[in-house]
Design a protein around this ligand. Sequence first.
Ligand code: FAD
Ligand code: SF4
Length: 508
Amino acid sequence: MKILRLILGDQLNARHTWFQQVDDEITYLLMELEAEASYVVHHIQKVLGFFVAMREFAQFLRQQGHQVIYLRLDDQENQHSLANIPVLIEKLGCEKFEYLLPDEYRLDQQLLILCRDLNVPCKAYDSEHFITQRQELKDLFAGKRYLMESFYRTIRKKHNLLMEGDKPYGGRWNFDSENRGKWDNRFTIPNALLFPQEVSDIYQMVQNMRIKTIGQVDPKRFGWPTNRDQALQLLDHFVSYALPFFGRFQDAMTIQSRTLFHSRLSFALNIKLLHPLEVVQRAMAAWQADPLRIGLAQIEGFIRQIIGWREYLRGVYWAEMPRYATLNFFNSQRPLPHFYWDSETQMHCMHYAIRQSLEDAYAHHIQRLMVTGNFAALAGIHPDEVDRWYLGIYIDAIQWVEITNTRGMSQFADGGLVGTKPYTASANYIAKMSDYCDFCYYDKSKRYGDRACPFNSLYWHFLDRHRALLQNNPRIGMAYRTWDRFNADEKTKILEQANFYLHIIESL
Ligand code: FAD
Ligand code: SF4
């Protein structure tokens, strides 16, 4: 029976059981689609990263002896959507269509509709990438409030990771309190491992096809890993040089390094060049081999991101979509200011994080959460606008992991499905965790008046305007108690300052 099998751009999993046997009756299909390259305005490095990795994967499959059809963006016969599929089924005389379960709700729906209309049988296979199943979180909590910590513990027990019997290794589940170090210049920050390759031909094709993109790239030196070998090298590099300090400086930010001790593995993970368990096991092996060099707080902090947050957010996505994409708990309506697109702002923290994102298609978690996300939440930017920006600008942005982080964790637009409180903060936090304020036009210590840091007045304005929604949240009670201690005059000055800044937001 002739079968057509679809592989999406984020399904480059060489170890999938599909590829264990070569079968001449099976043709694999990979497609560069205009629809995918432009459903939001993507960073140019993201478009290139996907296309280069897909081409390398097609090449890999051919080398293994598999039959592959690869539709390039500029192929004449490319219809630039799933409409390619019935055409190819007809042309090749296929009697069956098979696909791997997509991670995006949008594509899941499109494929279900396609299959309903095809005149051959269809079958969906698991992508064999995640540690948990789509429905696992929903089943686990069964109508109760989702909690990342209990999800994480369940997965750790189930996979016997960092466990001593049924107890957490070292007696604690969580070393969060030891993962809040400010960068103190005492250690050597590893260089980011790049894989410079020339991608000028694909870059030119994207330009010729007039795909609108943002951000910068040097097409002669594209640096992201685009095949499994490179992804494994990046994993080794991280484990050797960054893991020993990962947890400790996880929340730190500095102008001395754009990556600090972060792994830059998210792109390789999200397009499935690496499996999350193999990443965790590689890190655990290094810790076991040298527990003095890689402390427990470092390995636990790393594992929590992969088997905790990453799997947890995927579970929330499948439990809550499509309604999740419409949530706007605070009814925020303001458009995204221009500086998210061009980094032209006098707020140094914002300028730095956005310029870096435009140049690298990367910012680490705390830059995304406590700088750009924090500002958007404080300023009351519409979550649709915030989502579109995050979905476009980062090379690792795929909706299941982007929207839950953005609309959920960072904007609290889901009213607390993902997190227990909004991640909003004044300049205090940014000054504590970074050196950004030292180079800023604004004064981190002022709440109002000349050059007062916008994060300060906006923080109190945010709490004040959303009091009815937030004051009963036990995790914010302290902030309201502080606000209530300010005298009326002080409060008025702060709120007036915030209103002024919101009025001139495009000029901040
Ligand atoms: P590291 O800090 O080295 O962490 C190791 C790995 O853990 C990451 O590669 C990632 O796979 C996983 N991880 C860590 N934190 C998270 C998290 N919160 N959610 C899911 N996985 C996590 N991550 C994406 O992969 N795609 C996105 O589109 C995305 N959008 C985000 C938007 C916002 C507003 C925020 C606050 C976070 C977002 N994240 C996203 C999560 C996180 O910021 C990135 O995974 C991380 O910065 C990637 O860099 P890294 O590989 O160096 O991560
Ligand atoms: Fe950001 Fe305010 Fe610090 Fe400037 S002073 S870097 S705007 S937090």
